[in-house]
Design a protein around this ligand. Structure first.
Ligand SMILES: Cc1cc2nc3c(=O)[nH]c(=O)nc-3n(C[C@H](O)[C@H](O)[C@H](O)COP(=O)(O)O)c2cc1C
Length: 362
């Protein structure tokens, strides 16, 4: 029976263990979204993860709506990421870039123009801007020219990721962002080839995956979904049907791995946990399944041994425990995290969580 500490192969990436660092926005890249030495230190401290999935990284100015989050469209950003990937590799780790277009969740104050989505809708709640939170604006429905341009931006960002030394990319298809805005029917009201039937709603993600896989090799591509949670105003009336068809598509395209953020105990958004769809997806998808959200290694161990998952990704505990994998291996106590510094900028609550030896020495 496989365990958390068995190696795993994800397409072309070989991993020494199955405990991943989940993607975590930390807002330390400045207004131009350029990764820096501080970020390199933070990621290198966490190189013990089987795989580091980077914080969500904008594929274009238009698609990035989180203050101080990084991007992958400019030369300076590629150079900044080179330092990060070099430090992670030097520390013995592996890292993929999470590619992000936020769709209707971007405010025009961020400089990328009016938000674009599958349909002309407005997200609930508030957008993040440099002047604080502001109500979301109504998105415009993407034209075919927009769709072609955005797919081009995914390809450029994926190529840039490889140039910057990443081991691969993960398309961000979760959490109510653009891919999710096409997938799920609460937001996609289109009556053209990109809306209506499940097949049509899968068209955008299919085209993104085909284009990115064609550009950098599908063996370096993964994708993340949040199948059955209402997130940032996006949900589906029949998640099992949608995600079953999606699993068939991922199988057809030979996408080597997927990460599923599924509610387990309770979601951070407070929505009611529902049955995971990963067992249904597993029936149709033979690639690797990484489970996330409130999982600890005890239930992850059970799922991996049972074959319903291949790896677990852990978010908040990796913020507070740079050497989380080692701590799990020897059952060591964990540092508590401080949510006040999740997005606060600067080194505090970012690179100052001690590893085990440092703690004893302090
Ligand atoms: C501070 C913070 C930042 C996050 N940023 C991202 C992100 O950039 N991309 C993403 O897909 N999920 C993001 N998430 C969600 C996490 O990857 C993860 O799904 C969530 O924290 C649940 O896993 P956990 O229970 O192990 O923390 C973020 C969560 C937190 C707490």
């Amino acid at each position: 029976m496989p365990s958390l500490f068995n190696p795993l192969q994800l397409g072309s990436i070989d991993l020494p263990n199955r405990i991943f660092m989940a993607p975590l926005t930390r807002a330390r890249a400045g207004r131009e979204g350029v990764p820096n030495e501080l970020m390199a230190r933070y990621y290198a401290q966490r190189a013990g993860a089987g795989l580091i999935i980077s914080e969500a990284t904008g594929i274009s100015r238009e698609g990035l709506g989180w203050p101080n989050a990084p991007g992958l469209w400019s030369e300076a950003q590629v150079d900044g990421w080179k330092t990060v990937t070099q430090e992670v590799h030097r520390a013995g780790g592996r890292i993929v870039a999470q590619l992000w277009h936020m769709g209707r969740l971007v405010h025009s104050d961020l400089g990328g123009g009016k938000p674009v989505s599958s349909s002309a809708t407005t997200a609930p709640d508030f957008a993040h801007t440099y002047e604080g939170k502001k109500p979301y604006e109504e998105a415009r429905a993407a034209t075919q020219a927009d769709i072609d341009r955005i797919i081009g931006d995914y390809v450029t960002a994926a190529r840039n990721a490889i140039e910057a030394g990443f081991d691969g990319v993960q398309i961000h298809g979760a959490n109510g962002y653009l891919v999710d805005q096409f997938l799920r029917d609460s937001d996609n009201h289109r009556d053209d080839a990109y809306g209506g039937s499940i097949d049509n709603r899968l068209r955008f993600v299919r085209q993104v995956l085909e284009a990115v896989g064609g550009a950098i090799g599908m063996d370096r591509v993964g994708i993340r979904f949040s199948p059955n949670i209402l997130v940032q105003g996006v949900e589906d009336s029949d998640p099992i049907a949608l995600f079953t068809e999606l699993a068939k598509l991922l199988e057809e395209l030979r996408v080597p791995w997927i990460e599923l953020r599924e509610p387990y105990k309770a979601t951070s958004a407070g929505s009611v946990p529902t049955e995971p769809v990963s067992p249904a997806m597993r029936q149709h998808y033979s690639g690797k399944i990484v489970i996330n959200s409130d999982h600890d290694w005890i239930d992850a161990r059970v799922r991996i041994a049972a074959g319903t998952a291949d790896a677990v990704s852990i978010g908040r505990l990796f913020i507070a425990n740079p050497d989380l994998v080692k701590r799990i291996a020897i059952d060591a106590p964990l540092n508590p995290g401080d949510p006040r510094t999740f997005y606060s900028g600067g080194p505090e609550g970012y690179v100052d969580y001690p590893a085990l030896g440092e703690q004893e020495a302090a």
